[in-house]
Ligand binder design. Structure first.
Ligand code: BES
Ligand code: MN
Ligand code: ZN
Length: 497
């Protein structure tokens, strides 16, 4: 999608439609709304005063007018809710809503006036990101009835803004939006196509495009390193496990000496549960069990393109969890890379087995801060539903940093405690067991298990099982993979130094 910024003459742009937001309870006295109201012969004030349009989020109204040379013009207004709560995240939603709406009409271009106060770069980036991510769809594998409609160009209007800031923001927003879509495409891929090897290939291709270093560790290499916890998950699969390692090194590192941030992702390409087999109903959803890994690849893609000032290491453990004569069984004991022994009591608690060795590997590569992300537990969906990602960690500063970075871009993280629950993962016969006790505190038990494999690094764990997939469509977003946490991590990285 092409993007361009303008700082004056909104209604004079040559596009298929003009779009802006109207707030809840707004009467239309602002200059821009007045201008559009006049253009449309008073239609805006008329639908507001009649109560047909109230400015609630999710509302929209398309108005037509006679433009020059007998052409017909379009104005789209979208509801933006309360003005005091309208910040960059809401701009992204409004821009996405407008994009999807106008695209459905078969239009190709539009101009969007976000009407947000505040930082030009931030607002322009949000508008571009929202427009880009709104166009993601699930129909990649349809050969018929595929919706080919697309908005190919957006003009963002911020009155009086510096052109350089506008351009910087728009370019940034497009990169972040496309990186989210990159992650979403991976999460949407069927597991017969996106095997661990294919995921590794896509990471390599992405690294080549964005200038990241990429190394793929084979099973033999992982075996040498003692990664028997990760490898145990893969024993039942015909598909060899792969460890994806991506490295970004800035030209000029403004971070503290010796500091290295690492993003670590769960890449379970498909989770049948293994010998602790899952019920058949709904098992198809487990193709998105690699969403944590997809988020890492998406965030690293943005990092490679945005070139922040700190180094970042990306690690994704890719496996397929299958039942088989060679698969591991409940009660098996394996020794992880750190030397800790693990009693596998449930082969369906496989994500933590993958992450145990992946976080240990990251720390061995010099990571001083680790953020891992995973569709780890069904329990987090019970606790937080689909609105907030569960966050836990061993360092409150890092946890707070993620929460803050998320707030700024509109992604919610809610912390659960770890302190006092440590005994949940103690095993009778080995150092740790891979499940908690009964069904209690399942999300916490998952995090505590991973924590056992972090040595000195500051660490935060994101349980995205409830937030990585949307069961329904929204006006600004298709149903399906959300690309959750890509925006947050990019924001955190850009604000780290
Ligand atoms: N991938 C699942 C978690 C999951 C469940 C993600 C639902 C998305 C939606 C994970 O590997 C798993 O099976 N976890 C078990 C852990 C249990 C056996 C301790 C779970 O949550 O039931
Ligand atoms: Mn599982
Ligand atoms: Zn899983």
């Amino acid at each position: 999608m092409k993007s361009r910024g303008i700082n004056k003459n909104f209604s004079a742009v040559a596009v298929d439609a003009l779009a802006t937001v109207v707030f809840k309870g707004e009467k239309g006295s602002v200059a821009l709304i007045k201008e559009l109201n006049n253009l449309t012969g008073g239609q805006i004030s008329s639908i507001i005063s009649s109560g047909e349009f109230s400015g609630e989020k999710g509302e929209s109204a398309l108005l037509r007018y006679k433009a020059a040379k007998g052409k017909s013009g379009r104005v789209l207004i979208v509801g933006a809710g309360e003005k005091v709560k309208y910040k960059a995240p809401e701009v992204a939603v409004a821009a996405g809503h407008a994009t999807r709406k106008l695209r459905s009409l078969g239009l190709k271009s539009f101009a969007f006036a976000p009407r947000a106060e505040g930082n030009t770069v931030e607002v322009a980036a949000a508008a571009a990101q929202g427009a880009v991510t709104s166009q993601f769809d699930l129909d990649k594998y349809k050969t018929k009835d595929k919706d080919e409609k697309a908005i190919s160009s957006i003009v963002v209007y911020l009155e009086g803004a510096k052109p350089a800031d506008l351009k910087l923001g728009l370019d940034r927003g497009v990169i972040i939006g496309e990186s989210m879509n990159f992650a979403r495409d991976l999460a949407n891929e069927p597991p017969n196509i996106l095997t661990p090897s294919e995921m590794a290939k896509r990471a390599q291709a992405m690294a080549k495009e964005t200038g990241l270093k990429c190394e793929i560790l084979s099973e033999a290499q992982m075996k040498k390193l003692g990664m028997n916890s990760l490898l145990s998950v893969s024993l039942g699969s015909e598909q060899p496990a792969k460890l994806i390692v991506l490295k970004y090194t800035p030209k000029k590192n403004t971070g503290a000496k010796g500091e290295l941030l690492s993003l670590v992702g769960k890449g379970v390409m498909f989770d049948t549960g293994g010998i602790s087999l899952k019920p058949g109903e709904g098992m198809d959803a487990m193709k998105y069990d690699m969403s944590g890994g997809a988020t890492v690849l998406g965030a690293m893609r943005a990092v490679g393109m945005l070139k922040p000032a700190i180094p970042v290491l990306g690690v994704v453990g890719c496996v397929e969890n299958m039942p088989d004569g060679k698969a591991s069984r409940p009660s098996d004991v394996v020794t992880a890379m750190t030397g800790k022994t693990i009693e596998i009591l449930n082969t369906d608690a496989e994500g933590r087995l993958v992450l145990a060795d992946a976080v240990a590997y990251a720390e061995k590569q010099g990571a001083t801060r680790i953020i891992d992300m995973a569709t780890l537990t069904g329990a987090v969906v019970v606790a937080l539903g689909h609105l907030n990602t569960g966050i836990m960690g061993n360092d409150q500063e890092l946890v707070d940093e993620v929460i803050k970075a998320g707030k700024a871009v509109g992604e919610g993280f809610w912390q659960l405690p770890l302190e006092g629950y440590e005994s949940e993962v103690k095993s009778d016969i080995a150092d740790v067991k891979n499940v908690g006790t009964k069904r209690r505190a399942g999300t916490i038990a998952g995090a505590l298990f991973i924590q056992e494999f972090v040595d000195k690094a500051k660490w935060a764990h994101l349980d995205i099982a409830g937030t990585a997939w949307a069961d329904g469509a929204k006006p600004h977003q298709s149903k399906g993979p959300t690309g959750v946490a890509v925006r947050t991590l990019v924001n955190l990285i850009e604000n780290s130094n």
